[in-house]
Structures are given as structure tokens and as C-alpha cells.
Design a binder for this molecule. Structure first.
Ligand code: NAD
Length: 369
């Protein structure tokens, strides 16, 4: 089959890791008889430099015309002094809004091979970790009204409004319940209903949706408690659903439990098959161009694209299996190598082989065969 993918390599380590994701996808194409056509488009800092805006119209059009979007990361020090509304990261919000991507799926899986890179005590993660954060992506405080006003005696004040409609909560809750049904049938909704009106509406709507999913066990946690539970009893979680800002923070916390942010993929979906797939990490400007970046989150994002947009389950599993095999052979990019060594004081450890970005992509592609 033929698939058209818009590729946004973006800034920092983006070009390096998308090269490896394409290499792995091409290996999948060769083995399973598919053709992946890549349309490289600009967004982020590189787009500001090239055409003066972080999200050119042609990029939005190319993404809309594609079957799926693969995005690495955008942003970097070079553009950090630009005013907020002109920064490269605005392209991310613009893409999510333009493409209608209201749900963000962020699986956090602790690979058996990387358990010594997990900062939690071994007894907390015995038997592994496998949870999914479903984050609302196009509403809440990131998209609400924002601005400045003068106060009487405290100088200037800035505000950002957190607002959710029933419809926005209902559709993300349905995605989360559907996901829970396909996994461990347990859903935790995270809010701050003891303080925030928007959270009280959130909780009410989630409970309404729950009536259609009697087979899924639902519980509610306040965000502060959820952040705590995630590090003291992470195995209680199956699927977590939460708003935009809480999801942003909780999913980064979940990512560290898995050992490195360089391992975590994500999918942003809109209710049909279309999606945008990107690693959870940023553009890592501190290691850009040095062949040090871990490309696995990007490669695993490509696997999610095969599964959720193209319906290619076997091909997605082949990528995930290849990543596991490469790790089980002891290969580690610098992020995993360093953290593993730090976490293993006094323990026997498998011999590790330090590899760069390109080698990691090559080994994973070779495992696919
Ligand atoms: P970051 O995720 O880029 O980097 C945080 C740390 O993790 C750095 O030490 C980095 O070297 C390391 N790291 C990240 N990805 C890695 C990988 N694949 N392999 C090895 N190490 C990796 O976060 P940051 O430093 O806060 O942000 C840098 C830039 O990225 C900023 O401009 C930020 O706005 C942007 N950003 C973009 C996205 C996105 O495009 N979706 C997400 C987050 C941050």
C-alpha cells in the first residue's frame, strides 16, 4: 500500500531523528510491501529563518493533504528572545488547532531492558509499568483568553483563562474510555475539582460518559495527589485522562519513570484516522548535530502512526520488537547509557554498548530485516 506522510523535521535534533525514523519506516516498507512517500515541510525556528513565520500556510495545507504527520521537535535557544506570540513553539499550538487534534495519547512503558534506568525503587516497579496518559490538547489554559491589565496598587497583572465546554470534555473522555476498554479497563480522571469550576464541570461530564462504559472502572484524583501517586504507586494506573496543562506536566513526570524522555512517543488524534505523531521530548538544542540524540521516541512515534492511522498492527509491532531487541543486546544511546550506569550502584549489570543516533536507527532498521 501507498501512504503519504508530511514530515516536519523542525529544529535541534529534529533532522537527525527524523532521518532515522524514515530509515526504519523504509525497512518496514521493504519487508511488508508498502511505500511511504515523505513530504518534508517547514515549521518552527527553521521556518522563521527561511520564510519569516513559524507555521507557513503551505505547511498547514501539506499536513491537511497528507495521511498523517510525523513531527520531530521545534524550538531552540536561537529564537528564545522572540516575543511569546512569535516563538517557534506557536507552530505546535497552531498545528494542533488547524488539524483539530484534540486528543494526545502518551504511553509510558518501562521496557524490561531499561528498568535499571528508572529512578524509582525496584519494588515499586516490579513486574513493569505500562500506562497511558490521554491529554486534552486543544482547549484549556493554553488556548484560553490571555492578556494584561493594570491593577490599582500591584502594578501590571497577567492572566490566562482555563475554560472547557461540555463537548470538549465529552469527546476526550470518550477517547479515554475507549482506550481503557482496549487495555486494563481502568480509567483515572485527574482534575482539581476541589478548587476549579472548570474541573467540576470536567468531573461531571466524565461521570456522565462513564454511564456508557460500565465495564471500565473509573476513579478521580486531584492533580496534586496524582503527581504524588505517579511516583509512589505508579502501578495503580492504566489510563489517565486529564486536561491540557495537567496532562502536559503529568506525562513528562511519567516519562522520567520510564528512564529517559528519549524513549517516549505520542499520538495526537482528532476522531478519524488522521493523526500527528511526535516524540514527547523537545528539540534538545544542547546535543543537536552531535549524533547523541536517542531516536527511539521518534521511531516509536512512527510505530504509533502505523497502528492508529494506517491500521498496520503487525508492522507497528515489528518496530516495537526491533527497539526491544536492540536494547536487549545492550545497545544504549548516551541518555540511557549514562542514566543506567548511575542507577546501578552495587548491582550486576549487562554490558552496555554506547551508540549514536545514526547507529541506533541502523540497528533498529536491520532488526526489522
Ligand atoms: P528537551 O526535551 O528538548 O530537552 C530536555 C533534556 O532532555 C535535554 O538535556 C536534552 O538533551 C534531553 N533530551 C531530549 N530529547 C532527547 C533525546 N531524544 N535523546 C537524548 N536526550 C534528549 O526540553 P527543553 O530543553 O526544555 O526544550 C528545548 C527546546 O525544545 C525548547 O525550545 C522547547 O520549547 C522545545 N520543545 C519542543 C517540543 C516539541 O516540539 N514538541 C516539546 C518540548 C520542548
Amino acid at each position: 500500500m501507498n501512504f503519504n506522510i508530511a514530515v516536519i523535521a523542525g529544529d535541534g535534533i529534529g533532522p537527525e531523528i527524523t532521518t532515522e525514523a524514515r530509515r526504519v519506516l523504509d525497512a518496514v516498507g521493504a519487508r511488508f510491501g508498502h511505500t511511504f512517500n515523505y513530504n518534508e515541510v517547514l515549521a518552527g525556528g527553521c521556518a522563521i529563518d527561511a520564510v519569516g513565520t513559524c507555521l507557513p500556510d503551505e505547511t498547514v495545507e501539506a499536513c491537511k493533504a497528507s495521511d498523517a504527520v510525523l513531527l520531530a521537535a521545534i524550538g531552540g535557544w536561537k529564537w528564545d528572545t522572540l516575543p511569546g506570540d512569535q516563538r517557534p513553539e506557536q507552530a505546535l499550538l497552531g498545528l494542533r488547532k488547524e488539524l483539530g487534534l484534540f486528543s494526545n495519547l502518551r504511553p509510558a512503558i518501562l521496557f524490561e531492558e531499561l528498568k535499571d534506568a528508572c529512578p524509582l525503587r525496584p519494588e515499586l516497579i516490579a513486574g513493569g509499568l505500562d500506562l497511558l496518559v490521554v491529554r486534552e490538547l486543544t482547549g484549556g489554559i493554553y488556548f484560553g483568553e490571555k492578556g494584561y491589565r493594570d491593577t490599582e496598587d500591584m502594578g501590571k497583572a497577567a492572566y490566562d483563562v482555563e475554560e472547557y465546554s461540555e463537548g470538549e470534555v465529552r469527546r476526550i473522555a470518550q477517547v479515554a474510555f475507549d482506550m481503557a476498554r482496549k487495555r486494563g479497563s481502568k480509567l483515572t480522571s485527574v482534575d482539581k475539582a476541589n478548587v476549579l469550576e472548570s474541573s467540576r464541570l470536567w468531573r461531571k461530564v466524565v461521570e456522565e460518559v462513564a454511564a456508557s462504559y460500565p465495564d471500565v472502572e473509573l476513579n478521580h484524583l486531584y492533580i496534586d495527589n496524582a503527581a504524588m501517586q505517579l511516583v509512589c504507586a505508579p502501578q495503580q494506573f492504566d489510563v489517565i485522562v486529564t486536561n491540557n496543562i495537567f496532562g502536559d506536566i503529568l506525562s513528562d513526570e511519567a516519562s522520567m519513570i520510564t528512564g529517559s524522555i528519549g524513549m517516549l512517543p505520542s499520538a495526537s488524534l482528532r476522531g478519524d484516522n488522521f493523526g500527528m505523531y511526535e516524540p514527547v521530548h523537545g528539540s534538545a538544542p544542547d546535543i543537536a548535530g552531535e549524533d547523541k540524540a536517542n531516536p527511539m521516541a521518534m521511531i516509536l512515534s512512527a510505530a504509533m502512526m502505523l497502528r492508529y492511522t494506517f491500521g498496520l498492527e503487525e508492522e507497528a509491532a515489528a518496530i516495537e520488537g526491533a527497539v526491544k531487541t536492540v536494547l536487549s543486546k545492550g545497545y544504549r544511546t548516551a541518555d540511557l547509557y549514562r542514566e543506567s550506569c548511575e542507577g546501578q550502584e552495587g548491582q550486576e549489570s549487562q554490558e552496555q554498548i554506547l551508540i549514536g543516533t545514526a547507529k541506533a536507527g541502523q540497528l533498529i532498521a536491520e532488526e526489522i530485516g
